[in-house]
Write a protein that binds this ligand. Structure first.
Ligand code: ZN
Length: 289
C-alpha cells in the first residue's frame, strides 16, 4: 500500500510517499511560493507515483480542518500573500480521485508521534513545536482536538515580568503571548542573535521559565500524560531538563494522587520527538492510512 503526504509549511513543502507503517519510501522538498504553483509541484510529484490510496495534508495554519465546513481544506485568513482562503484539497481530490484529508501540521505531527514515535501507547498527549513560532497539537482520548477550529497553544497567556524581561513580545496579534515571548523569533528580537548561537545562561533560564509556565498550563488543562517538544529551540542541550525541573516546581505536588507525582518526576513526562524531522510528512500520511 502507498500513501501520499504533504507537509505544507509556510517556507517549504515536503511531499512524501510512505507505506502507512511509519516508513517513507520517497520524498521531495521545495520552497513555498505562490499557492497555485506550489500545489502544482506537489501534483507533479504524486503523478509519478503508482497506486496511491490517499493523500494527507499537514498544513501551516490557520486552516479550516472542520470536515463539515464549506471551507474544509482552505487556508484561513493569513498574512501570507495569496494564501488566504486557498483551497488545498479540491485540486488533489479531482486529479487523483482518492481520499484526501487535512489537519494542522502540529496535529498531524502529534498523530505520527502517537503511532510511531514518542507518544506510542498513550491516549492523551501533546506535541508542541518551538521554532520560529510556537504551535501545538493535542491528542485527547486518541483523537486530535479540533473544537471550534483548532487549538492555538502558541497564543496562550503566560506570566510576563517586565522588570526581568522588558521585551514587549513579538506576536503581531497579542504582543507578549507565549509565542510572542518564547518563540525562536522572540529570542532573536530580544537578544539580537539567533537561538542556535545564543550562549547566555540567563537568556536560556528565561526561556525555560516561559516554556515551563506553558507546559504547566497544558498539564492542568487536559491532564496530559506526555508533552513531546519539537522544533529548533529545544535543540539547546539541557533546555528540556531545565523545563522539567521548573514544571515540577510549579506543580508543587498538586494533585497528590497515587502515581501522579512519580509520573511528573519521570523523564518521560517531557520528552523530545521520536521521529526527528519526519513527523510532519509521516503525520500527513497518518491522516489517510
Ligand atoms: Zn499571540
Amino acid at each position: 500500500m502507498a500513501y501520499g503526504g504533504i507537509e505544507a509549511g509556510g517556507t517549504k513543502w515536503v511531499c512524501a510517499v510512505g507505506d502507512g507503517d511509519g516508513v517513507l519510501t520517497e520524498s521531495v522538498s521545495f520552497p513555498t511560493t505562490e499557492p497555485q504553483q506550489t500545489l502544482e509541484r506537489a501534483i507533479e510529484f504524486f503523478a509519478t507515483q503508482a497506486d496511491l490510496q490517499g493523500i494527507g495534508v499537514a498544513a501551516f495554519g490557520p486552516v479550516d480542518v472542520r470536515r463539515n465546513s464549506a471551507e474544509y481544506g482552505h487556508i484561513a485568513a493569513t498574512p501570507k500573500p495569496g494564501w488566504a482562503h486557498f483551497d488545498l484539497l479540491t485540486p488533489l481530490r479531482e486529479r487523483f480521485g482518492v481520499p484526501v484529508a487535512i489537519d494542522t501540521d502540529v496535529n498531524a505531527a502529534a498523530l505520527a508521534e502517537g503511532r510511531w514515535g514518542s507518544g506510542r501507547g498513550l491516549e492523551n498527549f501533546v506535541y508542541v513545536t518551538v521554532g520560529t513560532g510556537i504551535g501545538g497539537g493535542l491528542v485527547v482520548g486518541g483523537q486530535p482536538v479540533h473544537g471550534l477550529l483548532h487549538p492555538e497553544l502558541g497564543h496562550m497567556r503566560i506570566p510576563h515580568n517586565r522588570e526581568r524581561d522588558p521585551f514587549p513580545g513579538c506576536c503581531p496579534f497579542h504582543g507578549d503571548c507565549l509565542e510572542g515571548l518564547a518563540s525562536g523569533e522572540a529570542m532573536r528580537q530580544r537578544h539580537g542573535i539567533r537561538a542556535e548561537q545564543l550562549q547566555d545562561d540567563a537568556a536560556w533560564e528565561l526561556e525555560a521559565d516561559y516554556l515551563a509556565s506553558a507546559f504547566t498550563n497544558i498539564f492542568y488543562t487536559v491532564s496530559t500524560e506526555r508533552i513531546i517538544v519539537g522544533g529548533g529551540v529545544p535543540q539547546r542541550p539541557g533546555l528540556l531538563e531545565m523545563v522539567r525541573e521548573r514544571v515540577r516546581a510549579l506543580v508543587a505536588g498538586y494533585p497528590d494522587a497515587e502515581g501522579v507525582a512519580e509520573w511528573l518526576s519521570a523523564d518521560e513526562f517531557i520528552v523530545a520527538p521520536g521521529l526527528e524531522g519526519q513527523a510532519g510528512a509521516l503525520g500527513a500520511i497518518a491522516l489517510v492510512s
